[in-house]
Design a protein around this ligand. Structure first.
Ligand SMILES: [Zn+2]
Length: 275
């Protein structure tokens, strides 16, 4: 049997390999930053908010373990949005500090860089990791198919309500990063989850590389410790908790040399004949 081969291999200096000194300082030197905003997202709800290029945003476990389904768009052009599948290939299926979230084609640039992750959950004995890109958001269509029930507070719907004030709709909601969610593949290749290991005070933090519109849903399945679909389905509402969001402006001295990344310089001809 051939040995596994990582397919997307960066060359030295590639934007996939970030400057760990630079981003490490941004994540660690917290006493020099200014907090700009702070709010709490209640259980089974969604909220969207801008994070400007050069700002830092933190998703905080304010009470107990809770999964956040995260979406991101270019604040000035919502067609440019987070591309979960390619991010998984460029970095890994469970992202952490120094990984980046990439935008879709034809833009393809880092939208944000993760600067801190206090959960610290290395791949476990089942091959499971935290902050999941293997799966996507829960949605009311699959929920109805599996449980026969109308439910309006799945992550997909929470994100739809969250972005409505920004004149975005259901078609703008896209595949998510599941923050604080532990997932893997079973030995027979099926998607599985484990209860979130996040504890009060844990946070997941990122540096905005471009002006962003971010959104999270506080998943109605809470910490994912209760089976929500199938024969043994139960209502996980007792495992649901709010999440905090904090936005910071880092000290300008920490950002010296940083520039907001441009979109891809592929000329976009695709081999088409053009008159
Ligand atoms: Zn969900």
């Amino acid at each position: 049997m051939p040995t596994p081969r990582v397919i997307y291999q960066p060359r030295p200096g590639s934007p996939i390999d970030v400057d760990r000194v630079f981003y490490g300082r941004l994540g660690q030197e917290t006493e020099t930053r200014n907090q700009i905003e702070q709010f709490v997202v209640p259980i089974r709800s969604g909220r969207a908010w801008p994070v400007l290029a050069g700002q830092i945003c933190r998703i905080v476990v304010v009470e107990g373990a809770q999964v956040a389904d995260f979406n991101a768009w270019n604040l000035n052009n919502p067609r440019e949005r987070f591309w979960a599948a390619r991010t998984k290939q460029l970095h890994r299926a469970h992202v952490t500090t120094f990984d980046r979230l990439w935008s879709c084609l034809p833009y393809l640039r880092p939208m944000l860089t993760i600067t801190a992750d206090t959960v610290d959950y290395p791949l476990d004995e089942d091959g499971a990791g935290c902050h999941d890109l293997l799966g996507t958001r829960c949605d009311p269509y699959v929920h109805k198919m599996l449980n026969g029930e109308e439910f309006d507070y799945c992550c997909h719907s929470n994100l739809v309500r969250a972005v409505a004030p920004y004149h975005l709709d259901e078609s703008d909601v896209h595949d998510v990063l599941n923050i604080f969610q532990v997932t893997g593949l079973t030995t027979d290749d099926r998607y599985f989850v484990k209860p979130s290991p996040a504890r009060q005070g844990d946070y997941f933090e990122f540096f905005a590389e471009i002006d962003l519109l971010c959104a999270i849903s506080t998943c109605p399945q809470g910490d994912l410790s209760v089976q929500a679909w199938g024969q043994d389905a139960d209502d996980p509402i007792d495992t649901c908790h709010p999440l905090g969001v904090e936005i910071y402006q880092p000290h300008p001295g920490l950002m010296e040399g940083w520039q907001s990344p441009p979109t891809s310089d592929y000329r976009g001809i695709h081999g088409l004949d053009r008159p």
